[in-house]
Design a protein around this ligand. Structure first.
Ligand code: AMP
Ligand code: MG
Length: 320
Protein backbone atom coordinates (compact mmCIF):
# COMPACT_ATOMS: atom_id res chain seq x y z
CA UNK A 1 0.00 0.00 0.00
CA UNK A 2 1.19 3.51 -0.75
CA UNK A 3 1.90 5.16 2.61
CA UNK A 4 2.91 8.55 1.24
CA UNK A 5 0.77 11.62 1.74
CA UNK A 6 0.86 14.74 -0.39
CA UNK A 7 -0.19 18.02 1.18
CA UNK A 8 -1.42 21.02 -0.80
CA UNK A 9 -2.28 24.31 0.84
CA UNK A 10 -3.51 27.76 -0.05
CA UNK A 11 -4.75 30.81 1.87
CA UNK A 12 -8.45 31.23 1.13
CA UNK A 13 -11.32 32.71 3.17
CA UNK A 14 -8.72 34.34 5.41
CA UNK A 15 -7.51 30.95 6.57
CA UNK A 16 -5.15 28.14 5.58
CA UNK A 17 -6.91 25.56 3.41
CA UNK A 18 -5.16 22.21 3.26
CA UNK A 19 -5.78 19.19 1.08
CA UNK A 20 -4.07 15.89 1.85
CA UNK A 21 -4.00 13.20 -0.82
CA UNK A 22 -2.45 9.76 -1.06
CA UNK A 23 -1.15 10.50 -4.52
CA UNK A 24 0.66 13.39 -6.08
CA UNK A 25 -2.01 15.24 -8.06
CA UNK A 26 -1.28 18.93 -8.62
CA UNK A 27 -4.05 19.18 -11.22
CA UNK A 28 -6.81 18.10 -8.83
CA UNK A 29 -5.48 20.34 -6.07
CA UNK A 30 -5.61 23.26 -8.48
CA UNK A 31 -9.21 22.43 -9.48
CA UNK A 32 -10.22 22.24 -5.80
CA UNK A 33 -8.59 25.56 -4.85
CA UNK A 34 -10.08 27.25 -7.90
CA UNK A 35 -13.59 26.02 -7.05
CA UNK A 36 -13.17 27.22 -3.45
CA UNK A 37 -11.95 30.61 -4.64
CA UNK A 38 -14.94 30.96 -6.97
CA UNK A 39 -17.37 30.09 -4.20
CA UNK A 40 -15.65 32.44 -1.76
CA UNK A 41 -15.95 35.25 -4.30
CA UNK A 42 -19.71 34.64 -4.45
CA UNK A 43 -20.26 34.32 -0.68
CA UNK A 44 -17.95 36.80 1.01
CA UNK A 45 -19.22 39.81 2.93
CA UNK A 46 -15.73 41.28 2.95
CA UNK A 47 -15.74 42.35 -0.70
CA UNK A 48 -18.45 44.57 -2.16
CA UNK A 49 -18.90 42.63 -5.44
CA UNK A 50 -19.99 39.22 -4.13
CA UNK A 51 -23.47 37.80 -4.69
CA UNK A 52 -24.19 38.00 -0.95
CA UNK A 53 -23.17 41.68 -0.93
CA UNK A 54 -25.43 42.32 -3.93
CA UNK A 55 -28.33 40.95 -1.86
CA UNK A 56 -27.29 42.96 1.22
CA UNK A 57 -26.85 46.20 -0.72
CA UNK A 58 -30.33 45.77 -2.23
CA UNK A 59 -31.95 45.31 1.21
CA UNK A 60 -35.27 47.17 1.38
CA UNK A 61 -35.04 47.93 -2.34
CA UNK A 62 -35.33 44.92 -4.66
CA UNK A 63 -34.82 41.14 -4.95
CA UNK A 64 -31.52 39.92 -6.38
CA UNK A 65 -31.16 36.86 -8.61
CA UNK A 66 -28.28 34.63 -7.50
CA UNK A 67 -26.48 31.53 -8.78
CA UNK A 68 -27.80 28.07 -7.85
CA UNK A 69 -25.17 27.16 -5.21
CA UNK A 70 -25.68 30.49 -3.44
CA UNK A 71 -29.47 30.11 -3.53
CA UNK A 72 -29.24 26.52 -2.23
CA UNK A 73 -26.98 27.57 0.62
CA UNK A 74 -29.22 30.48 1.61
CA UNK A 75 -32.21 28.11 1.58
CA UNK A 76 -30.39 25.74 3.95
CA UNK A 77 -29.29 28.59 6.18
CA UNK A 78 -32.83 29.98 6.38
CA UNK A 79 -34.15 26.52 7.25
CA UNK A 80 -31.59 26.22 10.08
CA UNK A 81 -32.55 29.70 11.28
CA UNK A 82 -36.23 28.78 11.54
CA UNK A 83 -35.71 25.63 13.65
CA UNK A 84 -37.50 26.25 16.95
CA UNK A 85 -35.08 27.40 19.65
CA UNK A 86 -32.20 27.75 17.16
CA UNK A 87 -29.65 30.51 17.80
CA UNK A 88 -28.52 30.06 14.20
CA UNK A 89 -29.59 33.12 12.24
CA UNK A 90 -28.46 33.90 8.70
CA UNK A 91 -29.78 37.46 9.12
CA UNK A 92 -27.22 38.17 11.89
CA UNK A 93 -25.02 40.30 9.58
CA UNK A 94 -25.94 43.77 10.96
CA UNK A 95 -24.80 42.64 14.44
CA UNK A 96 -21.68 40.88 13.10
CA UNK A 97 -20.70 44.09 11.27
CA UNK A 98 -21.37 46.19 14.40
CA UNK A 99 -19.27 44.08 16.77
CA UNK A 100 -16.51 43.43 14.13
CA UNK A 101 -15.22 40.55 16.26
CA UNK A 102 -12.18 39.08 14.53
CA UNK A 103 -12.07 42.18 12.30
CA UNK A 104 -10.54 44.78 14.61
CA UNK A 105 -13.57 45.08 16.88
CA UNK A 106 -12.14 45.84 20.33
CA UNK A 107 -14.97 47.36 22.35
CA UNK A 108 -18.56 46.60 23.28
CA UNK A 109 -21.00 48.69 21.22
CA UNK A 110 -23.62 50.78 23.02
CA UNK A 111 -26.92 49.18 24.04
CA UNK A 112 -28.68 51.53 21.67
CA UNK A 113 -26.54 50.54 18.67
CA UNK A 114 -27.01 46.85 19.48
CA UNK A 115 -30.77 47.24 19.69
CA UNK A 116 -30.96 49.15 16.40
CA UNK A 117 -29.14 46.31 14.64
CA UNK A 118 -30.85 43.49 16.50
CA UNK A 119 -34.28 44.48 15.17
CA UNK A 120 -32.92 44.00 11.64
CA UNK A 121 -32.13 40.31 12.17
CA UNK A 122 -35.50 38.59 11.70
CA UNK A 123 -34.93 35.63 9.30
CA UNK A 124 -38.63 35.74 8.35
CA UNK A 125 -37.90 39.02 6.57
CA UNK A 126 -35.62 37.18 4.12
CA UNK A 127 -37.80 36.24 1.16
CA UNK A 128 -36.70 33.48 -1.19
CA UNK A 129 -38.25 32.99 -4.61
CA UNK A 130 -37.21 29.59 -5.93
CA UNK A 131 -38.72 30.12 -9.39
CA UNK A 132 -36.57 33.18 -9.98
CA UNK A 133 -33.76 32.05 -7.63
CA UNK A 134 -33.94 35.48 -6.08
CA UNK A 135 -33.45 36.75 -2.54
CA UNK A 136 -35.06 39.85 -1.05
CA UNK A 137 -34.31 41.39 2.32
CA UNK A 138 -37.40 43.30 3.37
CA UNK A 139 -35.82 46.10 5.42
CA UNK A 140 -32.99 48.48 4.61
CA UNK A 141 -29.94 47.72 6.75
CA UNK A 142 -30.60 43.96 6.81
CA UNK A 143 -27.90 41.55 5.69
CA UNK A 144 -27.06 37.89 5.25
CA UNK A 145 -23.93 36.34 6.83
CA UNK A 146 -23.14 32.72 5.96
CA UNK A 147 -20.01 32.48 8.13
CA UNK A 148 -21.55 29.75 10.28
CA UNK A 149 -22.35 27.43 7.38
CA UNK A 150 -20.14 28.26 4.38
CA UNK A 151 -17.09 26.17 5.26
CA UNK A 152 -19.21 23.08 5.86
CA UNK A 153 -20.84 23.53 2.47
CA UNK A 154 -17.46 24.07 0.83
CA UNK A 155 -15.94 20.96 2.42
CA UNK A 156 -18.80 18.81 1.07
CA UNK A 157 -18.31 20.41 -2.35
CA UNK A 158 -14.59 19.53 -2.30
CA UNK A 159 -15.47 15.93 -1.48
CA UNK A 160 -17.72 15.79 -4.56
CA UNK A 161 -15.02 17.28 -6.77
CA UNK A 162 -12.47 14.75 -5.51
CA UNK A 163 -14.84 11.85 -6.09
CA UNK A 164 -15.58 13.10 -9.62
CA UNK A 165 -11.83 12.83 -10.20
CA UNK A 166 -11.65 9.30 -8.85
CA UNK A 167 -10.19 10.27 -5.47
CA UNK A 168 -12.03 8.45 -2.69
CA UNK A 169 -9.56 9.01 0.15
CA UNK A 170 -8.42 12.47 1.24
CA UNK A 171 -8.44 14.95 4.08
CA UNK A 172 -9.78 18.49 3.64
CA UNK A 173 -8.98 21.11 6.25
CA UNK A 174 -10.69 24.47 5.83
CA UNK A 175 -9.09 26.36 8.71
CA UNK A 176 -10.03 23.79 11.34
CA UNK A 177 -13.23 22.68 9.61
CA UNK A 178 -12.18 19.15 8.66
CA UNK A 179 -13.64 16.53 6.36
CA UNK A 180 -12.11 13.07 6.21
CA UNK A 181 -13.03 11.57 2.85
CA UNK A 182 -12.83 7.80 2.89
CA UNK A 183 -10.01 6.28 4.89
CA UNK A 184 -6.37 6.96 5.50
CA UNK A 185 -3.69 4.68 4.09
CA UNK A 186 -1.99 4.15 7.44
CA UNK A 187 -2.32 0.70 9.04
CA UNK A 188 -5.32 1.53 11.23
CA UNK A 189 -7.06 3.27 8.28
CA UNK A 190 -8.29 6.18 10.38
CA UNK A 191 -7.51 9.79 9.70
CA UNK A 192 -6.08 11.36 12.87
CA UNK A 193 -7.50 14.83 13.54
CA UNK A 194 -6.09 16.98 16.36
CA UNK A 195 -8.58 18.79 18.58
CA UNK A 196 -7.20 22.26 19.24
CA UNK A 197 -6.45 23.41 22.77
CA UNK A 198 -8.69 26.42 23.49
CA UNK A 199 -6.88 29.78 23.61
CA UNK A 200 -3.47 28.15 22.93
CA UNK A 201 -1.28 30.47 20.88
CA UNK A 202 0.55 27.67 19.03
CA UNK A 203 -0.68 24.40 17.53
CA UNK A 204 -1.27 22.63 20.86
CA UNK A 205 -4.00 20.01 20.95
CA UNK A 206 -6.00 18.40 23.75
CA UNK A 207 -6.38 15.08 21.99
CA UNK A 208 -6.76 13.16 18.75
CA UNK A 209 -9.89 12.08 16.95
CA UNK A 210 -9.73 9.00 14.74
CA UNK A 211 -12.23 9.23 11.92
CA UNK A 212 -13.13 7.72 8.56
CA UNK A 213 -15.59 9.33 6.18
CA UNK A 214 -16.61 11.95 8.70
CA UNK A 215 -16.54 15.68 9.12
CA UNK A 216 -15.27 17.36 12.29
CA UNK A 217 -16.45 20.94 12.75
CA UNK A 218 -15.84 23.09 15.81
CA UNK A 219 -17.60 26.22 17.05
CA UNK A 220 -15.61 27.80 19.83
CA UNK A 221 -15.35 31.07 21.65
CA UNK A 222 -11.55 31.09 21.29
CA UNK A 223 -11.66 31.29 17.50
CA UNK A 224 -12.42 35.01 17.26
CA UNK A 225 -12.77 37.24 20.28
CA UNK A 226 -11.63 40.36 22.10
CA UNK A 227 -11.30 41.09 25.80
CA UNK A 228 -12.65 44.10 27.62
CA UNK A 229 -12.49 44.58 31.40
CA UNK A 230 -11.44 40.94 31.83
CA UNK A 231 -14.39 39.58 29.84
CA UNK A 232 -14.16 37.62 26.61
CA UNK A 233 -16.49 38.77 23.82
CA UNK A 234 -16.54 36.15 21.09
CA UNK A 235 -17.98 35.82 17.62
CA UNK A 236 -21.11 33.67 18.06
CA UNK A 237 -23.86 36.13 18.77
CA UNK A 238 -27.22 35.61 20.42
CA UNK A 239 -29.87 36.96 18.03
CA UNK A 240 -32.24 37.44 20.98
CA UNK A 241 -29.97 39.81 22.90
CA UNK A 242 -27.46 41.03 20.30
CA UNK A 243 -24.57 40.04 22.62
CA UNK A 244 -22.20 37.04 22.36
CA UNK A 245 -23.76 33.85 23.68
CA UNK A 246 -22.68 33.04 27.21
CA UNK A 247 -22.51 29.31 27.85
CA UNK A 248 -20.78 26.90 30.23
CA UNK A 249 -18.52 25.49 27.55
CA UNK A 250 -15.74 26.85 25.39
CA UNK A 251 -16.25 24.79 22.28
CA UNK A 252 -18.29 22.08 20.69
CA UNK A 253 -17.02 19.84 17.89
CA UNK A 254 -19.54 17.95 15.80
CA UNK A 255 -18.66 14.67 14.08
CA UNK A 256 -21.08 14.01 11.24
CA UNK A 257 -21.32 12.59 7.74
CA UNK A 258 -22.15 15.92 6.13
CA UNK A 259 -19.89 18.85 6.89
CA UNK A 260 -22.74 21.25 6.14
CA UNK A 261 -24.83 19.63 8.85
CA UNK A 262 -21.84 19.59 11.21
CA UNK A 263 -21.35 23.32 10.66
CA UNK A 264 -25.02 24.09 11.26
CA UNK A 265 -25.15 21.96 14.42
CA UNK A 266 -21.88 23.24 15.86
CA UNK A 267 -23.40 26.72 15.90
CA UNK A 268 -26.88 25.61 17.01
CA UNK A 269 -25.53 23.47 19.87
CA UNK A 270 -23.17 26.20 20.99
CA UNK A 271 -26.28 28.33 21.46
CA UNK A 272 -28.18 25.64 23.32
CA UNK A 273 -25.72 25.07 26.13
CA UNK A 274 -24.60 21.69 27.44
CA UNK A 275 -27.73 20.13 28.87
CA UNK A 276 -30.12 21.07 26.09
CA UNK A 277 -27.49 19.91 23.57
CA UNK A 278 -27.26 16.52 25.27
CA UNK A 279 -31.03 16.26 24.95
CA UNK A 280 -30.88 17.07 21.21
CA UNK A 281 -28.06 14.56 20.70
CA UNK A 282 -29.99 11.80 22.48
CA UNK A 283 -32.31 11.82 19.45
CA UNK A 284 -29.48 12.14 16.92
CA UNK A 285 -27.16 9.16 17.36
CA UNK A 286 -25.71 9.98 13.91
CA UNK A 287 -24.15 13.17 15.33
CA UNK A 288 -21.20 12.88 17.69
CA UNK A 289 -20.19 15.82 19.86
CA UNK A 290 -17.19 16.81 21.95
CA UNK A 291 -17.67 19.65 24.43
CA UNK A 292 -14.78 21.40 26.16
CA UNK A 293 -16.10 23.03 29.31
CA UNK A 294 -14.81 26.07 31.16
CA UNK A 295 -13.55 23.83 33.99
CA UNK A 296 -11.32 21.73 31.68
CA UNK A 297 -13.61 18.79 31.18
CA UNK A 298 -14.02 17.12 27.81
CA UNK A 299 -17.43 15.61 27.45
CA UNK A 300 -18.04 13.02 24.74
CA UNK A 301 -21.60 12.49 23.51
CA UNK A 302 -22.24 9.72 20.97
CA UNK A 303 -18.44 9.38 20.71
CA UNK A 304 -16.47 6.56 22.35
CA UNK A 305 -13.04 6.71 23.98
CA UNK A 306 -11.54 4.74 21.06
CA UNK A 307 -12.53 7.55 18.69
CA UNK A 308 -11.13 10.30 20.93
CA UNK A 309 -7.75 9.91 22.63
CA UNK A 310 -6.99 12.50 25.29
CA UNK A 311 -3.40 13.71 25.18
CA UNK A 312 -3.46 16.76 27.48
CA UNK A 313 -3.79 15.48 31.01
CA UNK A 314 -4.76 18.90 32.38
CA UNK A 315 -8.18 18.01 30.93
CA UNK A 316 -10.50 15.38 32.31
CA UNK A 317 -12.42 13.06 30.01
CA UNK A 318 -16.13 12.50 30.70
CA UNK A 319 -17.96 9.82 28.76
CA UNK A 320 -21.75 9.85 28.32
P1 AMP B 1 -19.28 29.05 13.53
O1 AMP B 1 -17.84 29.14 13.89
O2 AMP B 1 -19.59 28.05 12.47
O3 AMP B 1 -20.15 28.84 14.73
O4 AMP B 1 -19.70 30.43 12.86
C1 AMP B 1 -19.45 31.67 13.45
C2 AMP B 1 -19.62 32.77 12.44
O5 AMP B 1 -20.98 32.82 12.02
C3 AMP B 1 -19.31 34.17 12.97
O6 AMP B 1 -17.98 34.52 12.74
C4 AMP B 1 -20.30 35.05 12.21
O7 AMP B 1 -19.82 35.35 10.92
C5 AMP B 1 -21.50 34.16 12.07
N1 AMP B 1 -22.45 34.19 13.21
C6 AMP B 1 -22.30 34.77 14.43
N2 AMP B 1 -23.38 34.55 15.20
C7 AMP B 1 -24.23 33.79 14.45
C8 AMP B 1 -25.53 33.24 14.67
N3 AMP B 1 -26.17 33.41 15.82
N4 AMP B 1 -26.10 32.55 13.65
C9 AMP B 1 -25.47 32.36 12.47
N5 AMP B 1 -24.25 32.87 12.21
C10 AMP B 1 -23.63 33.57 13.17
MG1 MG C 1 -21.08 26.57 12.20
Amino acid sequence: MNRETYAYSKTLMGTCVELILHESNDAVAEIVFKALQQLEDKLTVNQSNSEIMAINLAAGLNPVVVSSPVFALIEQAKKASLIKGSCFNLAIEPLVKLWKIGFNGKSVPSLDEIEQKRILTDPNLIHLNSDEQSVFLEKKGMGIDLGAIAKGYMADMVKLILQQHGIDNALINLGGNILAVGQSNCVEQYWRVGLKKPFATNDEIVGILKVKNKSVVTSGIYERYFEQNGRVYHHILNPLTGYPLDKEFISVSIISASSLEGDIYSTILYGKGLYESIDVLSKRSDLGAIFITRNNQIKLINVDDKTFELSDKTYQLKLN
